[in-house]
Design a binder for this molecule. Sequence first.
Ligand code: ADP
Length: 400
Amino acid sequence: MNVLVINAGSSSLKYQLFDMKNESVVAKGICERIGIDGRLKHEPMNGKPTVKEEINLPTHAEAINTVIEKLTSKEYGVIESLDEIAAVGHRVLHGGQKFSKSVLIDEDVIQAITDCIPLGPLHNPANLMGIKACQKIMPNKPQVAVFDTAFHQSMPEYAYIYPIPYRYYEQYGLRRYGFHGTSHRYISGAALEYLGIPVEGSKLITCHLGNGSSIAAIKDGKCIDTTMGLTPLEGLPMGTRSGSIDPTILSYIADLDGLSMNQVIEMLNKESGVLGISGVSSDFRDIEDAAAEGNHRAQLALDIFSYNVKKYIGAYMAAMGGVDAIIFTAGVGENGPLTREAVTRGLEDLGITIDLELNDFKGKFRDISGKDSKVRVLVVPTNEELVIARDTRDIVSLGN
Ligand code: ADP
C-alpha cells in the first residue's frame, strides 16, 4: 500500500510517498512559492534523477497536480498511475479539544479544522488548502488528518488550564494545547520499544529541540504536560521565539516602541529567542561558531537555552515522581552534542549522566547514557511523516 503524506504550509507543500510494505520512502519533495510564482524539488528514491523546476503554482491544487504528475512521470516517476496511491495523510496543526487522535476526513472534520482557525490562524487555513486540493484532484481517495495537538490531549486539567478567569477557557477554549505532538509520540514510542520496559508505569521526558522547541512529560505512554501552550510561543526560548516571559513585557515594549500588540507578538515570534539574545543567527551552528570565537552574547544564548531545557527536565521529573529516560530529537537534539552535554551537566545527583564519547556524534539513534546513569539518555531521530503514514494506513485499513 502506498500512502502520500502531505504537509501544506501557506506557500509551500512538502510531500513524501511511502510504500507501507516496508515503510520506505519512495519519493519526496517540496513545492514552494505557491501563489507567488512556484518552484518544485522532487526526489525519487528509485535511482531516477532529482528534479528542480521553476513552475507556475497559483494555488495548492496546481501544486498537488504537479506532484502527482512527477510521481507518475516516465522520467522522474515512482508509480505508474494515481491508482497506486491508496490514501493521503495530512499534517494538521490544530485540532483544538475535538481531536485526541488521527481521523478520516469528512465534511464534519473539515468543519472542525475550520473552527480551529482562530487557534492556528497561520497553519490551519494552509492545511485546509492542502486537504481541499487533494479532494479535488483525488476525490475518491481516503484522506486522513493527523494533528500536532492530538497527543497532548491526555494532559490533566491542572496542566492545561491557565490561571486566568475561567470563562476564557469555557467561552473561547483558551488553554494549553501543546504542539510537536506527532514527534513526541514517535520518539516516546521508539524509546519504549528500545528500552523494553512496559508502557504502564513508564516515565519519559522527550526534548524536541529544533528551530521550534518543546519538551513533554510522558507517563504511562500518555502526555501529562508539555511546554508549548495555546500557541507554539510558550515554553522554551527557541530559534526566533522568546518562549515564556513576563506578560507585562508586552505592554512595556508596546509603549516603549509605539508598537501594536500584534507587532509585539510578531517580534516575540520572529526576532527573539537565541537570535534575539545573540544577535548572530537563529541557527545553533552559527551561534556555536560565534561562541567558540569568544562572542559573549552567542555563548549567553546557548547557556539560556540549555538552562531552560534543564529546568523543564527538573520540573517534569517532579511532575512524574522520577524519570526512566530522557530523549533528545530534532535539529539540535539530534545534531547538537554541545547542547546535550550542557543540558545534562550537573545532574549526577538526579541520577542523570551521559557518556561524552558516545555523545560526540550527530544524527542517529543512540543510547548516550553514562555507565552509572540511573536514567537512560537517548538520541532518537524523529519521523513525523512516518507516523502520519502509519496512522493513515491503519485508519484506512480498519475502515474507520
Ligand atoms: P524545525 O523546527 O524548523 O523543524 P529543525 O528540527 O530542522 O527545525 O532544527 C533546525 C535547527 O537545528 C537549525 O536551526 C540548527 O540550529 C540545528 N541544527 C541542525 N543541524 C545541526 C548541527 N549539525 N549542529 C548543531 N545544530 C544543528
